[in-house]
Design a protein around this ligand. Structure first.
Ligand SMILES: [Zn+2]
Length: 326
C-alpha cells in the first residue's frame, strides 16, 4: 500500500513553458503551476525556474517538499536518463551536456528523474489513459516539433542509442522543405506547428486572404494553434488547405508506422492535435488506413490523446513513481 502522504511531481519542461503538477499516490493531479521558460537566460537560470515552478505547485496544494517522493521531468531533447543529463536540446540555447538532475537535486533535495519529453508523454498516456494496457503502442506528439514514444511488450522502447521514436525526422516528402535537422522533407518540416505557421505566413506574403490577419495583423505575431481551429470553423479556405495537407502527411507517417511496427494503438497528441482534433483526426485515420498494407491496419486503434496538455506532467509523475524508493 502506498503511503497516503507520498506525492509525485511531474514537470513538462518545454522551450516556451514549464508546467508542473503534483499527483497523489493514486495519480490524481491535485495542483499545478506554470512558468514561462525564459530560455534566453541560459541553463542555470532555467533550472532555477524549474525548481521554483515545482515549489509553487507544491505550495498550491498546501504541501511541502518533505511529502514529495520524487520529481519526474520530460525535457525537450536528447537525455541520458541514468545521469539525468540533457545531452542536447535543439530549441534551447546553450543546452549541451547540462546535468539537470544533479543541479535540481541540489536545489530541491528530492530525487529527480529526467527523460525525453515524448517518452514521458507516452508513459503518462500508457499508464493513465490506456486502461486496456495494450502491448504495443506508438505515440506521436505534434507541437513545436514532432516526436514519438514507443511501448513494446508494455515497456518503453528506447533503442540502441536511446534515439528510437524520432518519427519527426522520418522523410515523408523527398526534396521537400528543409528541416531543422539538416535533411529535407522530414515529417516535422511538413506538419509541426512550426511548419504550419511558416506555410501560413508565406501564404499571407503571397497575398492569399486569410481571416487570421484581421485580428493578428499581417505579421501574425501571436498566432496560436487555437486560432487555426477558429479560422477553419469560420470557413477560412487558406488555413483549411494547410491543415488538410498537414493531416494527410501525418496520415502517411502513421501508415508507415502501421506497416513497420504494427502496434495495437497509435496515439496522437501534442498541442496541435489538442487544438485541431476534429479537423485533423478523420483525415489522418483515413490516410493511414489507405497507406497501410492490406490487412495491416485491421483492428488497430488510431486515436487522439485525451490527456491533452496534461500528458507531460502525468508522465513525469508516473516516471517519478516508477523510480521512487519503496
Ligand atoms: Zn528532420
Amino acid at each position: 500500500m502506498p503511503e497516503p502522504s507520498r506525492h509525485y511531481v511531474g514537470v513538462d519542461f518545454g522551450a516556451t513553458k514549464i508546467y508542473a503538477g503534483v499527483f497523489n499516490a493514486s495519480m490524481k493531479c491535485i495542483g499545478t503551476a506554470r512558468f514561462s521558460t525564459k530560455a534566453q537566460r541560459g541553463p542555470d537560470a532555467v533550472i532555477r525556474r524549474i525548481g521554483r515552478c515545482v515549489q509553487d505547485a507544491i505550495d498550491e496544494c498546501d504541501l511541502d517538499l518533505k511529502t514529495v517522493a520524487g520529481v519526474g521531468i520530460g525535457a525537450p531533447g536528447a537525455v541520458d536518463p541514468q545521469s539525468g543529463t540533457v545531452i542536447f536540446a535543439p530549441n534551447l540555447p546553450d543546452w549541451r551536456d547540462i546535468p539537470l538532475k544533479e543541479k535540481l537535486e541540489k536545489d530541491l533535495g528530492v530525487p529527480i528523474q529526467v527523460e525525453n519529453d515524448c517518452n514521458v508523454n507516452m508513459l503518462g498516456v500508457y499508464e493513465v489513459e490506456l486502461q486496456s494496457k495494450p502491448k504495443h503502442v506508438f505515440g506521436i506528439f505534434l507541437g513545436t516539433g514532432i516526436g514519438g514514444g514507443i511501448i513494446i511488450n508494455g515497456q518503453p522502447y528506447a533503442g540502441f542509442n536511446r534515439a528510437a521514436g524520432e518519427v519527426g525526422h522520418m522523410v515523408i516528402l523527398v526534396d521537400g522543405p528543409e528541416c531543422g535537422c539538416g535533411n529535407k522533407g522530414c515529417f516535422e518540416a511538413l506538419a509541426s506547428r512550426t511548419a504550419i505557421f511558416k506555410q501560413i505566413k508565406s501564404a499571407v506574403k503571397e497575398g492569399k486572404k486569410t481571416i487570421l490577419t484581421d485580428r493578428l495583423g499581417k505579421d501574425l505575431a501571436d498566432l496560436r494553434s487555437g486560432d487555426l481551429r477558429k479560422a477553419i470553423r469560420k470557413g477560412d479556405k487558406v488555413v483549411e488547405k494547410i491543415i488538410e495537407d498537414a493531416a494527410r502527411y501525418t496520415g502517411v507517417a502513421v501508415g508507415n508506422i502501421l506497416n513497420l511496427f504494427n502496434p495495437e494503438v497509435v496515439v496522437l497528441g501534442g498541442g496541435l492535435i489538442e487544438a485541431l482534433d476534429d479537423e485533423m483526426m478523420p483525415l489522418i485515420i483515413k490516410t493511414a488506413r489507405d497507406h497501410a498494407l492490406p490487412g495491416t491496419a485491421k483492428g488497430i486503434d488510431i486515436r487522439a490523446c485525451t490527456l491533452g496538455d496534461d500528458a507531460g506532467i502525468t508522465g513525469g509523475a508516473v516516471l517519478a513513481r516508477r523510480c521512487a524508493k519503496p
